[in-house]
Write a protein that binds this ligand. Structure first.
Ligand SMILES: Cc1cc2nc3c(=O)[nH]c(=O)nc-3n(C[C@H](O)[C@H](O)[C@H](O)COP(=O)(O)O)c2cc1C
Length: 173
């Protein structure tokens, strides 16, 4: 699968097959995150890989909009350097997107969790300041019984203009 296909076919995965995720694949995914752009190349991220099912379940119960984490075969908790206030969120978001795309290209899926009890998860993982929980990414093979859904995308003509706002025709069409 090339980069364009991975980017354009990727869907969030919230239901996982029970199969474990190979550690080599998880390593490739995290390596893709490591290659994200970051302002001033500060790389204000750390990644905690969690395979232990009890720990995954405990983390999942703390994800108010990500209960699916509970049943995932593996989890990567993305940590952000909270002293990097200007661009830290954006840098970490780019790492997340790289990881989601890489996972998809390897046949795996994930879904961003936006709401969670960060301090409690940080306590479980013994995360020291200034690191904070940025998000929790569950990784697994998509459940065949509950495959990822397609979602409506705004059409290109609605979101792209040429030369000036509102001009929907390219100059040389
Ligand atoms: C910043 C952000 C936060 C999100 N938070 C959640 C969440 O808390 N729970 C969830 O199930 N999905 C969450 N999502 C996933 C979006 O719902 C999903 O990306 C969107 O519906 C489009 O689907 P697609 O990624 O399959 O194209 C989040 C996505 C982003 C980018």
């Amino acid at each position: 699968m090339d980069a364009i296909e991975a980017i354009t076919t990727r869907r969030v995965v919230r239901a996982f097959a029970p199969d474990p995720v190979e550690s080599d694949k998880l390593r490739q995914i995290i390596n893709a995150g490591r290659h994200a752009m970051s302002a001033r190349n500060l790389q204000p991220w750390r990644f905690v890989v969690v395979y232990d099912h009890d720990r995954i379940r405990e983390i999942g119960t703390l994800c108010s909009t990500g209960k699916f984490v509970t049943d995932a075969p593996s989890v990567v908790v993305v940590l952000k350097d909270s002293s990097n206030t200007r661009w830290g969120d954006i840098d970490c978001a780019q790492a997340v997107q790289n990881m989601a795309t890489a996972a998809w290209s390897l046949g795996l899926g994930t879904c961003w969790v936006g709401n969670f009890d960060g301090p409690s998860i940080a306590r479980i993982l013994e995360v020291p300041a200034p690191w904070v929980i940025f998000t929790i990414l569950a990784f697994g093979y998509p459940s065949p019984a509950n495959p990822p859904q397609t979602r409506p995308l705004k059409p290109l003509r609605e979101i792209v203009y040429y030369e000036r706002w509102g001009q929907q025709q390219p100059p040389h069409s």
